[in-house]
Write a protein that binds this ligand. Structure first.
Ligand code: PAF
Length: 282
């Protein structure tokens, strides 16, 4: 696997791939890779001749007071994992390569609608930063396919909208959440949890499973969500949101069948997110 740090080198490598007429899959990441990321690489590997991963801790998607500086940077270990997972090329640029101008002057992609509420409410500007870097990577790499984890459910919906609205000829593949044995969704931020918090953390997913069972059994939505928030509080979480939306993130109506429970909650200073799809009864 080659690691490229500069845009001209990336373009040159891609020109070779295109000359060979090979299908390209892109796996954008912020590094500190875990099995969830490697599942993205695996999905990409099955669907394309050339797999390109990117590692870039994108300052544009971090708000003031968020963990940009503390975000774990583990390039050497990530390179080894990507190579073992069958990745062909890694693009790992410096911030100054991606954003040569001050961030305030950076052209941005803003996706309306689907970015509102949920994580968009708690993290203003976050999805503009995600859309901008993902749109830029799509433009640089021009992949046939790009893989994203379903853990970031709203992010995936934002990227699907971005691709539709800007007519990128790119297939977006959502890859199912990879969980630890105790149910905790894998995330680079799990590394921030103390041993005591890590032991409590699976309660988040267990609560989602309990709520799903109640809702699929015909439980009242508002009562069930209120009960879920209470259980999370009791378990030591500070919920940021716990919502039921239609699978496309539209508000739930009487006609909604395919739905998704979405949660963000703080455990100590760590913000965890998770989600679970379900089918509402008729
Ligand atoms: O999901 C992530 O790791 C990031 O938001 C992404 C898509 C790589 C953009 O920086």
């Amino acid at each position: 696997m080659r690691t490229l740090r500069e845009i001209p080198a990336l373009r040159e490598a891609l020109a070779d791939v295109r000359r060979r007429g090979e299908r390209i899959a892109l796996v954008p990441t912020m590094g500190n890779l875990h099995d969830g990321h490697l599942a993205l690489v695996g999905a990409a590997r099955e669907r394309a001749e050339v797999v390109i991963a990117t590692i870039f801790v994108n300052p544009l998607q971090f708000g003031a007071g968020e963990d940009l500086d503390a975000y774990p940077r583990t390039l050497e270990a990530d390179q080894a994992s990507l190579e073992a997972a069958g990745c062909d090329l890694l693009f790992a640029p410096e911030v100054a390569t991606v954003y040569p101008r001050p961030l305030a002057d950076q052209t941005r992609i803003v996706v309306p609608g689907v970015t509102e509420g949920l994580c968009g409410a708690a993290r203003p500007g976050h999805f503009d930063g995600v859309s901008t870097i993902v749109g830029m990577l799509f433009n640089l790499v021009q992949p046939d396919l790009a893989c994203f984890g379903e853990k970031d459910y709203q992010q995936l919906a934002v990227i699907r909208r971005l691709v539709a609205d800007l007519h990128f000829p790119i297939e977006i593949l959502g890859v199912p959440i990879v969980r630890a044995e105790d149910g905790l969704a894998l995330s680079s931020r799990n590394g921030y949890l103390s041993a005591e918090e890590r032991a409590k953390a699976p309660r988040l997913y267990r609560t989602l499973c309990e709520l799903r069972d109640t809702l699929e059994g015909g439980g009242d939505i508002q009562t069930t969500l209120a009960e879920g928030s209470r259980r999370l509080h009791d378990a030591g979480f500070v919920p940021d949101y716990l919502e039921l939306r239609a699978a496309d993130l539209a508000p739930v109506t009487a006609a909604t069948r395919e739905a998704v429970l979405l949660v963000a909650a703080r455990l100590g200073s760590t913000r965890l997110i998770d989600n679970l799809t379900l089918t509402l009864p008729r």
